[in-house]
Unconditional design. Structure first.
Length: 354
């Protein structure tokens, strides 16, 4: 049997899809299990050995390129599964799979997609967690399966090869702070991060800084902490696989609504997720071992479930479910700008007491 899982979106979506991959692999151990993703998001599978092949496609490519991809894989798979309701993933599922499963919106405009699938569930971006919806799509194939985003075993067991970390003197008591989400509307301001870093240093905690910055900002951050041996600056220096190895042995992880925060939660370490306009109910990091219902999270309010503490910005509009206050990915979110570092520090201290 050959199975294709289609998830052309962001790194975080690809990582969350590893939960469905694991359920399929458990049910069909001898199947060829492939995944179709956008080029540049392959790292989201974290070298997952349950996947036989990762097929990458350009986010924006020529008609000829897409035609070649279709001809190469036309009806090659016994089962194709689209985890997303967009035109392209549904179209690929229809062309590449003999039997198709997926999700779709029930808008009459998209009636043709019902015809493309043999089985489908309604897309839900409001009432249940994304992971729950993913598993609902494949329920006919795998039954009731455990929701568990996968960290590859070798990432848990192997030592990191990042030399700066291996020779760092604070590996026994440290916090990883991942400073950068992909989009600005999910950012917590650098001034807030600096306050949090300083508060941790005052308590003699080691701090590992990770994320990706432009060169100008990067140089400024290097200058700020160059002389403090307790701060290990790994900004722009690690692959996602190496980053997971460093996170998994930390005392605590802090990050915003980003793929790395989902990965940190999946390692089982104490994880603090800073949320602003996004829905915790739909996108909150899945706590390790959580076996609950439609979501681990309520829509509003700071809360702790299992190994994850979610700190939400304040305001009657939170969460607005929009891309920042200007409704576009490069806008600022006031609820994050105004979120006090003392709230995050208290969560860190609580994690260290567990």
């Amino acid at each position: 049997m050959k199975i294709l899982v289609i998830c052309p979106r962001r790194v975080g979506d690809v990582f969350l899809a590893t939960s469905v991959i694991h359920a399929l692999r458990s049910r069909y151990p001898n199947a060829q299990l492939d995944m179709l993703v956008f080029r540049g998001t392959e790292a989201g599978v974290l070298s997952n050995q349950e996947i036989d092949n990762v097929i990458s496609m350009p986010m924006r490519g020529s008609f000829g390129l897409h035609l070649r991809l279709i001809l190469q894989h036309y009806r090659r798979y016994d089962i194709s599964i689209s985890l997303l309701p967009g035109d392209r993933p549904v179209f690929y599922a229809w062309l590449m799979g003999k039997k198709r499963y997926g999700t779709l919106t029930t808008n009459k405009k998209y009636f043709w997609k019902k015809w493309a699938f043999h089985s489908w569930v309604e897309f839900d971006g409001l009432r249940r967690h994304t992971l729950v919806m993913y598993h609902d799509i494949v329920a006919d194939l795998v039954g009731r399966s455990k929701i568990e985003p996968q960290i590859s075993k070798h990432l848990i067991e192997e030592e990191t090869q990042v030399a700066a970390f291996k020779h760092w003197g604070y590996k026994n008591r440290y916090v990883v702070m991942h400073l950068t989400p992909k989009f600005k509307y999910k950012e917590w301001p650098l001034s807030k991060w600096r306050s949090l870093i300083q508060a941790c240093l005052e308590r003699d905690l080691g701090v590992v800084l990770t994320g990706m910055f432009d060169e100008r900002t990067l140089e400024g951050l290097k200058c700020n902490y160059a002389d403090d041996p307790r701060v290990l600056n790994l900004l722009n220096q690690t692959s996602i696989d190496e980053l997971v190895k460093i996170i998994r042995s930390a005392n605590c992880y802090v990050g915003t609504d980003t793929a790395v925060t989902h990965m940190a939660a999946a390692t089982g370490i104490p994880t603090i997720a800073i949320f602003g306009p996004s829905s915790p109910l739909v996108w909150g990091p899945w706590p390790k071992g959580y076996l609950g219902g439609a979501s681990a999270w309520s829509q509003t309010g700071s809360q702790t479930v299992g190994n994850v503490t979610l700190i939400q910005g304040l305001g009657l509009c939170v969460p607005c479910l929009q891309e920042g206050c200007s409704r576009q990915v490069n806008s600022v979110s006031d609820c994050l700008v105004e979120l006090d570092p003392s709230r995050v520090l208290q969560a860190i201290l609580s994690c260290l007491e567990r």
